[in-house]
Design a protein around this ligand. Structure first.
Ligand SMILES: [Zn+2]
Length: 311
């Protein structure tokens, strides 16, 4: 599993044939091949281990047409040795097949076909209820290479806080992109190989908030986008769509003043709305995070700007 995940993060997704035979688990590779998650590429490896002595590095060369095996190699120890194509060509992993497999494993296959939304990087797997909340599942690899396009597609397909992106990408690296704060689930942590088959387990922890929010006394808007909550002294406070929208406008202004006209437009309400009416249901949230000049301008308290947006 670790090898597969690492492979998905390599731009060419290719693997030397020796890795398959030297892995000690050729049956797993064969299983992946039968699922088409792995396939043989058209590219011949620069060098492979001689299959007879397993100690000399040899270069596969195509045999003449009509030969029983398509490749051979010359080994200083063993002379000319025939090579099956599985030992001569590079293998490659096919991320879209991994997406199809995840779609089935999550039970989404009947209702949602997989769609590739960012070429070679992001697949939408479909939506389903999990823990009484609707989630939009994605599979992604090489995410930090095109974070803008990926953010755009996630925003287009999933309303804020409903996305769950299963990925092989390095989560720490993603924290320095504008994908920071999204719900990412490492493929390696939830996919298990059991009796040669894949299974998903341990998904729940990612939706309990446990996997992401340690017990702290943190006060922040760090989870504003991903979970639509404000953290006050470690407590997650769920935000109504209106309050979320209000904070989001201020968050996007990065601490600058925003006039209520602009907020009203974003929320789709009348320009002369009463701030007190919006505030009354979430008084603590507004008192903590929002400052105002009483002239119709609002801004985020500078202590709680979500920094390191990473554009
Ligand atoms: Zn040899």
């Amino acid at each position: 599993m670790a090898a597969l995940c690492a492979l998905l993060e390599q731009p060419t997704h290719q693997l030397l044939p020796d890795s398959v035979w030297a892995s000690g688990q050729p049956s797993i590779y064969q299983h992946l091949r039968s699922n088409e998650a792995l396939s043989l590429s058209g590219d011949v490896a620069e060098c492979v281990l001689c299959p007879d002595c397993l100690s000399v590095s040899v270069r596969p060369v195509p045999t003449h047409a009509g030969a029983e095996l398509p490749y051979q190699c010359y080994c200083g120890e063993c002379g000319w040795v025939d090579l099956p194509k599985e030992r001569a060509r590079l293998w490659q992993v096919n991320p879209s097949k991994v997406a199809i497999w995840l779609n089935a494993a999550l039970g989404l296959k009947i209702r949602h076909p997989v769609s590739e939304v960012v070429r070679g990087r992001l697949w939408h797997l479909g939506a389903r209820e999990h823990k009484r909340k609707r989630h939009n599942f994605f599979f992604g690899c090489l995410l930090s290479g095109d974070a803008n396009a990926i953010q755009g597609e996630i925003d287009r397909l999933a309303s804020p806080g409903t996305e769950a992106v299963i990925t092989t990408s390095d989560l720490l690296a993603l924290q320095s992109t504008n994908l920071k704060g999204r719900l990412f689930i490492p493929l390696q942590a939830i996919a298990q190989l059991r009796k040669g088959n894949f299974a998903i387990e341990g998904l729940d922890a990612y939706f309990d908030g446990l996997a992401r929010t340690a017990v702290t006394d943190e006060t922040s808007l760090r989870l504003l986008d991903s979970k639509r909550v404000a953290l006050i002294a470690g407590t997650e406070i769920s935000l109504s769509p209106q309050v979320y929208g209000f904070l989001k406008v201020l968050d996007e202004a990065d601490g600058d003043e925003v006039h209520k006209r602009k907020i009203a437009a974003a929320l789709g309400i009348a320009e002369n709305f009463r701030y007190a009416d919006i505030k009354k249901h979430h008084r603590t949230v507004f008192d903590t995070f929002v400052q105002s000049d009483q002239q119709g301008n609002y801004w985020l308290h500078p202590d709680f700007l979500v920094l390191e947006r990473g554009y």
